[in-house]
Design a protein around this ligand. Sequence first.
Ligand code: NAP
Length: 283
Amino acid sequence: MTAHLIDGNALSKQLRTEVAARAQALKAQGVTPGLAVVLVGDNPASQVYVRNKVKACEDSGLHSVLEKYEATLTEADLLARVEALNKDPSIHGILVQLPLPPHIDAQKVIEAISPAKDVDGFHIASAGALMTGMPGFWPCTPYGCMKMLESIGYDLRGKHAVVIGRSNIVGKPMALMLLQKDATVTVAHSRTQNLKALTLQADVIVAAVGKRNVLTADMVKPGAVVLDVGMNRNDEGKLCGDVDFEGVKQVASHITPVPGGVGPMTITMLLVNTLEAAERASK
Ligand code: NAP
């Protein structure tokens, strides 16, 4: 069997067309959805990420503001900027690009963002909303994974999902989203013993570790759905995921590639959340 590819670029294109149409409808009411992206320092990867996010906004008809600051910006000054953006009616979503320089407490900055504008979904209020099933913003990467499962019409009810990784931005919210859709969820991490015994039972596997070949073909039940969140470099310096793609695609029924899988969906869900924030604010 060769797995069906879940194409993150194609799905993103479709969702971004919908975002553009909804943005247009809001504009007709006099509201342009706006995202503020705040970058502190000159981390090269962060610079690429924020550029991509701003471009994606422009392409979908969303207003975006990129605020760049020197790595020497004080925590107090950053908090003051966040507060000003909280009050700015032209801004519906605020994203502070992580990581922040070590002298700034990232959690403190995230908690300073108004939950109504927390389009990254990292605020403790957003985490609480996800946990309790209340309306809020879902973190973009696991949200994108859920959209990918939805795109193949996958019914999670009663299925066993194994999430590998337990970070606050991917693994844990992923597990909660799968649980909300009635999957039976196992969360694995660096202390998990015999990962293979768990993944072999899984109908759905989400790999969110940041290490190559965490999931190989011998660890996957035939017909399982495999989502690869990982972003790593192979020996040739090319982008690759956590999954041994060539091997696992022979066993799985569906698989996401890297690149072109979860990555583009993450930015797409940021647009969706920003639009949603603007729609909520305009009601
Ligand atoms: P993270 O905070 O470093 O978390 C990694 C998780 O993997 C931790 O929970 C860790 O366990 C677990 N882990 C480490 N080694 C393991 C092993 N051998 N077996 C099982 N679990 C293991 O990373 P993250 O922020 O969640 O990101 C994970 C990956 O996704 C990275 O490659 C990142 O670049 C990528 N990512 C991609 C996107 C995208 O848009 N495509 C977005 C976000 C992240 P402990 O908790 O025990 O340490």
